[in-house]
Design a protein around this ligand. Sequence first.
Ligand code: FS2
Ligand code: SF4
Length: 547
Amino acid sequence: MFCFQCQEASKGTGCTVAGVCGKPHDVANLQDLLVYLLKGISFLSLDVRLPEELDHSVSLFITDSLFATITNANFDRAVFVNKIREALFLRQEVLTYRNEQFPDAAAVLPDAAVWQADSEQAFDAKARQVGVLSTSNEDIRSLRELLTYGLKGMAAYTYHAWQLNYTDNEVDLFMRRALAATLDDTLEAADLISLNMEAGKFGVKVMALLDEANTSTYGQPEITKVNIGVQNRPGILISGHDLKDMEELLKQTEGTGVDVYTHSEMLPAHYYPAFKKYDHFVGNYGNAWWKQNAEFEAFNGPILMTTNCIVPPRKSYIDRIYTTGNTGYPGVHHIPEGENGQSKDFSALIEQAKRCLPPTELETGEIIGGFAHEAVMSVADQVVEAVKTGAIKRFFVMAGCDGRMKSRSYYTDFAEQLPRDTVILTAGCAKYKYNKLDLGEIGGIPRVLDAGQCNDSYSLAVIALKLKEVFGLDDINDLPISYNIAWYEQKAVIVLLALLHLGVKNIHLGPTLPAFLSPNVAKVLVENFGIGGITNVEDDMKMFLGA
Ligand code: FS2
Ligand code: SF4
């Protein structure tokens, strides 16, 4: 195996024996083979008119499969073997239509479009040959992978929007065109840089689509205080990012005597009006994903993982953890999709919860969030006034991901040491590094404004664009906003490409720069966009504040 798609890539270069995340080498290889086949399907589907149903199936399959390969989503070999079989079947269907419509097309098709096998052994053998290192030129490899990881992030957003019946054909077609382009050996670095920039454009589009899907379905997030203590009834803990699962779980647990708590990236569900009406939706339990081993043990009740991030579960609670959607782990119960358009059935969790002890208290108090674009704009006058009077000197976008690397304590220290006249704009699980600190307020505006999940990073871009308008600026970079972003997995890649597309410069990424950026590609990003890493709090503070 060779995987360097996330910030934890072993030794800062890549995982080669097993993932630091716990992904076994055979699963990593099978994920590579699945992505390879998605490229083949995409290649064959270009310019071909497919029947509507098949076209839809292709889009869904690509989205679903890319999302399944994202870091910490699915560790289950059987899932990837099945998906590879499905991919081969779907590819054959697409090929049939292609042959009908282009009978004279060149017979030479890329290997990804024609390779066949049906035994697991053959899948494993092929999987070892088609991974990241099969591209020998390190700059082309870097740009192909930057694009592929951006597409994985895009697929995550597309998947969530699709769950709420929001789709965008242009995004789907771009994903196919971009995947097919990674097979094209005639493309040079400049072509691939352009495609990456285009991915940023579609990243903005799909983030806007998901924002529309979430807010139209569940209402505009509201400024909300969330309890971080526990109640005395048994509970179910729901983690990940899928709001549709959140909705269904709340409906099905109503009146059962079982409380529902959010974990990690599901915390922002509390900000939506549609979920506030449930009295048994009682709070948030624990912290960011990487602390789940200890916290899931202490929760005492069932845990539902709707998306990443899963940490390989301990034996002590493996019988209480459930996966659904694109998540999977061998030996863990999986809740399948409902049949014939029915809802998923969470009754197994509810019955188990009734036999469990209430959660063990980890902490008490409240945290505040819900500062998505509409909520911030509702206090825009206050914000603008505070900037004009100098009460707020600068905003720091500190969105992104948390992770288990010790060096991430940088972000807690950075937040603590920021001058009192600065405000942090956050989204994603990165917030857990500072959302329980008492950083105070400026004229009634909390100094940490949480817009929501990493999926809601779009809100931060909308806020920046609206402020640019209010202040009558021509360039988004003239705003008093600095970007000190923590990244971990591939959704952060599409957010980064989207910010670049919006013209944001001088973004700092940490705790380490992506292993998949070759020195030359990193140089292009530094020279054209001012992208940089982080050093230490003191020096970075001086650099950001121009002191
Ligand atoms: Fe956090 Fe993990 Fe949100 Fe990422 S829960 S690092 O995949 O998606 O942020
Ligand atoms: Fe390593 Fe990250 Fe890949 Fe896991 S996802 S194998 S930690 S690079």
